[in-house]
Ligand binder design. Structure first.
Ligand code: PLP
Length: 243
């Protein structure tokens, strides 16, 4: 099977899982976006996925992504909408400037200090004419409050939301979460949904809930996720091969 046929078959299977999960939850599948997580896969696969109809891609490392974003932009056929890129992994403040060069959204904002670094980087890019829009931001919510795994713990969530909402360079769009390893996904995503609701009550524009990956997207959809971030089920275990 060619790589394109392989990706097409995997994409079809993922779309069927999303449709089945939506049907079971009484939801419209049009209300769940698929973010293809393309960390460790080469630009050629991203271009194939674009050809198969995907438009949004998630990366978790700034350096790997920067080169890939440029390669994908160069390889995108004329007249085709540009790929949109989300940063889904932990971000160090000293990489904020590099990230805002290509990211349409950062899904992993979990501290005031990181929000400030991104805000400053966006303003600089806007002033220099390299960026037209504020940066879309999701707050990464930590279900279990474990500081090692990233994410803002429950008691820090609303103060962080308030801070992000006050940053002119940032747009607070919602919440992202990963179910903790070994946790029951049903319990985890129920608490994520409650946290998302708290943020939405205070900030009605923050309607995005990015939850669910290859292994648990059905559970996340049952709990109201409207973005699933799928890597392995879509691209397999393929690893980036250096040229
Ligand atoms: C890698 C990654 C994903 C995708 O995980 P899969 O299990 O491969 O689908 C989703 N979200 C984040 C934050 C990731 O780092």
């Amino acid at each position: 099977m060619s790589r394109r046929d392989d990706l097409a078959a995997r994409l079809g299977a993922v779309r069927e899982r999303i449709a089945a999960a939506c049907a079971a939850a009484g939801r419209d599948p049009a209300g769940v976006d698929l973010l293809a997580v393309t960390k460790t896969v080469p630009a050629a696969d991203v271009l194939t996925l674009m050809d198969l109809g995907l438009t949004a891609f998630g990366e978790n490392r700034v350096q790997e992504a920067g080169a890939k974003v440029a390669e994908v932009a160069a390889g995108t056929p004329a007249g085709r909408p540009a790929a949109r890129w989300h940063l889904v992994g932990g971000l160090q403040r000293n990489k904020a400037r590099a990230a805002v060069e290509w990211a349409d959204r950062v899904e992993s904002v979990d501290s005031v200090r990181l929000a400030d670094a991104l805000d400053a980087a966006v303003r600089r890019a806007v002033d220099a004419g390299r960026r037209a829009r504020p940066l879309s931001v999701l707050l990464q919510f930590s279900v279990d409050g474990d500081p090692k795994r990233g994410g803002v713990p429950p008691d820090g969530l609303l103060p962080l939301a308030e801070h992000v909402a006050s940053c002119a360079g940032l747009r607070l769009d919602g919440l992202m979460a990963v179910a903790p390893l070994g946790a029951d996904p049903d319990t985890a995503f129920a608490s994520v949904a409650a946290a998302a609701e708290r943020v939405r009550t205070a900030f009605p524009q923050a309607t995005t809930l990015s939850a669910g990956m290859s292994g648990d997207l059905e559970t996340a959809i049952r709990h109201g996720s409207n973005v699933v971030r799928v890597g392995t089920a879509l691209v397999g275990e393929r690893r980036l091969t250096s040229p």
